[in-house]
Write a protein that binds this ligand. Structure first.
Ligand code: SAM
Length: 343
């Protein structure tokens, strides 16, 4: 069956799937996993590669042509290159990417590329070892930097760096991180600190807005120009006077729900139509109950067609904005966590 366009109630296509391959992570970033303990998904619930492949085929029929592997930390998933090789062969996909914290990248970059992964994003919030440890509880900045250095030599079509900017923590590192990315040939994208599930210490005061990021960078570099492009990508891109390109993902202060074509599949097969959605659709249950591919296709299509989520815009409109979900609720329902849902 050829792929079709599946539109939601606001006319947004089903196109972009964030596929979480594990809820586990080897870092404990303060903005994502600040608590001492977490409730993990049962291992028997984790989708097999075969199940993931079946679901990607069905999503592909409905219009999904971009998949990003994420987590948790995707490089913790055993035999990940096998999954990449499986997905790289899917003719329905025009884009396959992976987001990693980079800790295990030095050892895996070559295998990921060889398996057919075209694009890679490495999260890097600081270039200072003491800050890295304070942020993540783990002393592994060197490993991340080494992973990044190796990755840019592996022949990926693109390697990007994602930096969450947090006031008073790393907002003084925007220029050094941009310079580091420029030296490596990796485009940097600054992400506004988001009040997603799991960000239990979030406060609006800690958010450095897109407007402020641009203001501070132009004070340093001179005039910054927007890149003239019309995409549903989360980052708006800009050029510095020397033509260096960087991006800003402004989900917190200038959300882009109107163009959002993204949905998220957790490692245990729960499908969420919005990063902020409270409930998802149990695709693992359906697949393991023997629902036919045609009926799964129908389930996914009708679920998307009823979508009217605008989670980030609703958050922007909410008064007295504070952390989205209390810790106790997250412990009862780990699917509300960013690291489970897939960033
Ligand atoms: N472990 C991988 C990594 O670190 O890139 C993939 C999963 S992580 C949840 C995906 C992305 O979400 C990372 O770039 C991370 O910085 C971002 N993220 C997590 N919590 C966030 C928050 N509260 N605000 C903004 N970005 C966040």
């Amino acid at each position: 069956m050829a792929s079709m366009r599946t539109l939601d109630r606001l006319g947004r296509p089903l196109k972009n799937l964030r596929l979480s391959v594990t809820d586990r992570c080897n870092l404990r970033c303060q903005y994502c996993m600040p608590e001492p303990d977490y409730v993990w998904l049962p291992r028997t619930d984790i989708l097999t590669f075969e199940e993931i492949g079946t679901l990607v085929d069905i999503f592909g029929k409905l219009g999904v042509d971009k998949v990003r592997l994420t987590g948790g930390e995707p490089l913790l998933r055993t035999d990940l290159p096998d999954l990449i090789a499986l997905l790289a062969q899917k003719r329905s996909l025009c884009d396959l990417a992976l987001t990693t914290n980079g800790v295990l990248l030095a050892d895996q970059a070559t295998a990921l590329r060889a398996a057919g992964l075209p694009r890679l994003t490495v999260s890097l919030d600081t270039l200072q070892a003491d800050r890295f440890k304070a942020l993540t509880r783990i002393d592994s900045l060197d490993a991340v930097l080494r992973g990044l250095e190796i990755a840019v030599t592996c022949g990926f079509n693109s390697v990007k760096v994602d930096t969450v900017v947090i006031r008073g923590f790393n907002d003084d590192e925007m220029v050094p991180i941009l310079e580091h990315g420029r030296q490596l040939g990796a485009e940097v994208r600054f992400i506004e600190y988001m009040d997603v599930g799991g960000a239990t210490r979030w406060s609006m005061q800690d958010v450095v807005s897109r407007r402020e990021i641009l203001h501070r960078l132009s004070a340093h570099y001179g005039p910054i120009a927007p890149v003239d492009e019309n995409t549903a990508a989360p980052a708006d891109r800009f050029t510095l006077p020397d033509d260096t390109v960087f991006g800003i993902i402004s989900s917190t202060t200038e959300p882009f729900c109107q163009q959002c074509d993204r949905s998220r599949l957790t490692a245990d097969g729960q499908w969420y139509r919005c990063l902020y959605a409270r409930t998802g659709t149990d695709l693992r249950g359906a697949i393991r109950a023997g629902v036919t591919p045609d009926d799964l296709c129908q389930l996914i299509a009708t679920t998307w067609q009823s979508r009217d989520d605008r989670g980030a815009e609703n958050r922007l409109a909410s008064e007295n904005r504070s952390a989205l979900i209390p810790v106790e609720t997250l412990q009862d329902e780990p699917h509300l966590e960013m690291h489970t849902r897939g960033g």
